[in-house]
Design a protein around this ligand. Structure first.
Ligand code: SF4
Length: 107
């Protein structure tokens, strides 16, 4: 294996041994493993499992910043909210996740 394959050079020029690379934030997504039908749902009912995951997601803020729903005209769940064409969908009472607790460790 070439030595260059063992290192990752960051934008700051730092080199990490491959085993010490910082994990991608998506590694920590609480919705990882959920089906696309819920993560990219258009309606509140099918989106519920993803919305519940958002409530305990440690990368909620990073998700919202990266997806930038309004700018990307996003359809689906991001940052604990459901979006359609980049606009937040109003959720029926009882379906909105409790986003008052910040679980971020990896944002
Ligand atoms: S905030 Fe929600 S949609 Fe975004 S990564 Fe976390 S669980 Fe998934």
């Amino acid at each position: 294996m070439p030595a260059s394959a063992l290192f990752h050079v960051t934008s700051h020029g730092d080199a990490y041994p491959a085993a010490a690379r910082p994990a991608d934030w998506r590694t920590y997504a609480a919705c990882a493993g959920l089906p696309d039908e819920t993560v990219f749902a258009h309606r509140p009912g099918p989106a519920l499992p993803a919305l519940r995951a958002c409530a305990v997601c440690p990368v909620r803020r990073r998700c919202l910043e990266t997806v930038a729903p309004a700018e990307s005209w996003f359809d689906g769940v991001s940052g604990g909210r459901l979006w359609r064409n980049g606009k937040e969908v109003r959720l029926p009472a009882g379906l909105a996740p409790d986003l008052t607790v910040d679980h971020s460790d990896h944002s």
